[in-house]
Design a protein. Sequence first.
Length: 289
Amino acid sequence: MTPILELFKLSKAYPTPKGPAVIVKEFNLNLKPGEFVTIIGHSGCGKSTVLSMVAGLTDITGGAMILAGKETNEAGPDRGVVFQSPCLLPWMTAMENVMLGVDQVYFTASKQERRELAEYYLTVVGLGGSMDKFPGELSQGMRQRVGIARAFALQPKMLLLDEPFGMLDSLTKMELQEVLLELWRRNQLTTLMVTHDVDEAIFLSDRVVMMTDGPEAEVGDILSIPFERPRSRADILADPRYMDYRNHLLEFLNERSHIRPSHSLPTVPMTGTHAIHDPKTGPFMTPTS
């Protein structure tokens, strides 16, 4: 299956008086259509920087990004973004905040069609009775629902989520995770999400990408989460594999996040061999052909 998103040696560096400060170094990742992938890592490792580069909100220093077969490094409506704070315009109602993007993207559709699209997604996220309320009249969780509805209403090729539930209490977080999964199930939208919550990553993801510590952060390990969909939180918690996956992620964060796979490769391969790195087992040698 052809990937919808290909990140090849994606890098980000900022100039300093002492030379470039490399935040993310040669980040490689492919996402299949309809796949839900999360990125986890310690604070400051560059998770949000990767997401921001994919969104086109941060310039790419090195490498390339290919989305739906085309190389790009600019922002566009083909990527819907939800931030930790929904960034709603306070003088607009929930409906008007969603319509703002819909009007820009679907300007050829009739006003009624655009409104029906916004109404549909606001209703799906549970705000059918609050469309005409202003952000100041909504709770934090309700404002985040508006942000999710706004992103899905654009019907993008990809959904990008930057710790969207990080500011919410536990109960509201679990409710919105269920809302997100239901929308994802209906749309099968390829999703890349940044989170610091191991349990959230396991519940939502098809794969979890673990980033090494910064600076020069890179992909340290990738864990597949093969739970069937649609998912039940209770079933996942009762599955014996759940603790295995959780322990794997915690072991990486607590013990292996400082190890960069690229640094463990020998600079000069042994005669008659090629060096290959497996994130789970470390470097090993295979005979050359």
